[in-house]
Unconditional design. Structure first.
Length: 528
């Protein structure tokens, strides 16, 4: 047995050498050894300075790489290094997401006094079997509107953690879904398994997380200046945090910039707009609209189009409306025919809309689940026409326009819980958005039209024993804008006259409530 002892010692030293990653650039990994079996040119025993090692010495093997076919050594060394990096980022993404979920879980249980109002189940076999082995606990929750729509932000964070760790679109979407399921089934084991949270978190989070990733990549690949650094830090805060904690190096660098210093591989359309009301003759709103378009299919990513939009309109006394939207189009194709360029793909989007009228807040949070996304563009001799249209199937938190009037003449203690407490309901439906632009040299005419139809979902309320009057509701929203103006391309400025109109209809048969609104304003846009 003693004569085999040196062999066992060498074996364990080799194993330790591999696990601790002590191989230098000119030494070869296990895979390398198995493929080529290069001759051993020598070895040495050195003192092991790693404090976490149980071995006092380390064995270094030296191979004669000159006897290997030229080029293969560098190729397999790079491949092995790339595989190690993928494993590293995969583990780090899992670690970061697990840390976030652990922190959120601890925070949830610390705030017991706040969260226990949502508790319907105990930690026993009878209650948990209802949650895990049946659909009895799969219901819509009764939380406030402001809490429920923010689950999409959580889903975007889950998605972006994986995307920022070099995971692809589909892996990141799966991670967001699994994290949401963990939260619903494990963390909140005393609550109903919320249907609305399981839609808003992973699906709403896809468009938010992917948009932030795409814009981070764009600004990080652009020329370094104050604006690009600020935008890359805003959209890529997870990547910035990783750079701070793990000393990550930015690999998104290139030398292809446009005249404004932006990454030239992607077409962009950035617009900052200020509005002045013609009624009050006062500053009345602002808009930020960033769009990215891989029209030439240079980047060859899953995502073809990304949009981040935020706008607000206000009067001297209050905020009149607010809108936040993230949108992506993916798995599409571009087709060119002479002066025409077309696009057809799939799209998904998250959208939050607030509007104040009739002494109430008209609040809607849409997860535009999926639908066709089409684009059309024509340019010739100073004349251009652009069209981008989408049609989506929706799940939404929908404010009922008619519920306030209905409550005045009816008992509302036995209706949908969210409708009774917060004036909104869970809905499915469809929506349509089209944007058109007709331009000749410096003059342009633009128009946009948005339409959404929502139908209430009956059943699956958190308190089925209290739901005696589960009637159906419908709501429609129609918004349009028409802009006529001119551009000063030399200064990237646009001046336009705008007319905007809004129509709303709410139905709780036989009650029908309608509302119409119109406003005119001037806008000054900086487009770059």
């Amino acid at each position: 047995m003693r004569k085999f002892l040196p062999l066992f010692l060498i074996f364990f030293l080799l194993l330790q050498n591999q696990l601790l990653g002590s191989a230098s650039k000119k030494e070869v990994s296990d895979l390398y050894f198995d493929l080529f079996q290069p001759p051993l040119s020598g070895f040495s025993l050195k003192q092991n300075k790693k404090s976490n090692s149980i071995f006092p010495v380390r064995l270094n093997l030296k191979f004669n790489l000159k006897k290997i076919e030229p080029g293969l050594a560098d190729y397999y060394s790079a491949s092995w290094k790339e595989a190690e990096q993928k494993t590293y980022f995969k583990k780090r993404a899992f670690l970061e997401l697990s840390t976030l979920l652990s922190f959120s879980t601890i925070r949830y249980w610390i705030q017991e006094s706040i969260n226990k109002v949502d508790w319907d189940y105990n930690l026993n076999f009878k209650d948990q079997s209802k949650r895990f082995l049946s659909f009895q606990a799969v219901r819509f929750d009764s939380n406030a509107f402001s809490l429920n729509w923010t689950h999409a932000l959580a889903g975007g964070l889950y998605f972006n953690i994986y995307r920022s760790n070099q995971r692809n679109f589909y892996q990141s979407a799966l991670a967001s879904f699994l994290a949401s399921s963990f939260w619903e089934y494990v963390t909140e084991f005393k609550e109903v398994i919320s249907i609305n949270d399981q839609i808003f978190t992973p699906i709403g989070g896809i468009s938010i997380g992917e948009v932030f990733y795409q814009f981070y990549r764009f600004f990080s690949s652009s020329r370094k200046n104050s604006f690009n650094n600020l935008c890359s830090s805003f959209f890529g805060f997870i990547s910035r945090l990783n750079q701070l904690l793990f000393s990550d190096r930015e690999k998104l660098k290139n030398e292809f910039y446009d005249q404004n210093g932006f990454w030239a591989n992607l077409k962009h359309d950035f617009r900052l707009t200020l509005q002045n009301s013609l009624e009050s003759n006062q500053f009345s709103g602002a808009l930020i609209d960033f769009q990215l378009d891989d029209a030439d299919n240079v980047v060859q990513d899953v995502t073809d189009f990304s949009r981040f939009l935020i706008c607000s309109d206000f009067s001297p006394s209050r905020l009149e409306q607010f809108k936040l939207q993230t949108e992506i189009a993916f798995l599409g194709g571009y087709y060119n025919l002479k002066n025409w360029k077309t696009y057809l793909g799939l799209g998904t989007s998250f959208e939050l809309r607030y509007r104040y009228f009739l002494d109430q807040q008209d609040r809607h949070a849409y997860v535009h689940l999926i639908g066709p996304h089409a684009g059309l563009q024509y340019e010739k001799s100073g004349f251009s026409y652009k069209n981008r249209s989408r049609f989506w199937l929706d799940f939404s938190l929908c404010n009922s326009l008619a519920i306030s009037e209905w409550k005045k003449n009816n008992n509302y203690q036995d209706i949908k819980t969210t409708l009774k407490d917060w004036n909104y309901y869970y809905a499915v439906g469809y929506s349509f958005l089209t944007e058109q632009e007709l331009a000749y040299r410096m003059f342009f005419l633009r128009g946009a039209l948005f339409f959404a139809q929502s139908y209430s979902i009956q059943g699956r309320d958190r308190f089925p024993e209290n739901l005696k009057n589960d009637f159906a509701l419908q709501d429609k929203r129609l918004e349009g804008i028409l802009s006529l103006g001119c551009s000063l391309s030399r200064h990237h400025l646009e001046l336009a006259y705008n007319r905007e109109w809004f129509q709303a209809e709410g139905r709780i048969l036989p009650l029908i409530i309608n509302y119409n609104q119109r406003r005119d304003y001037l806008s000054l846009s900086f487009r770059f």
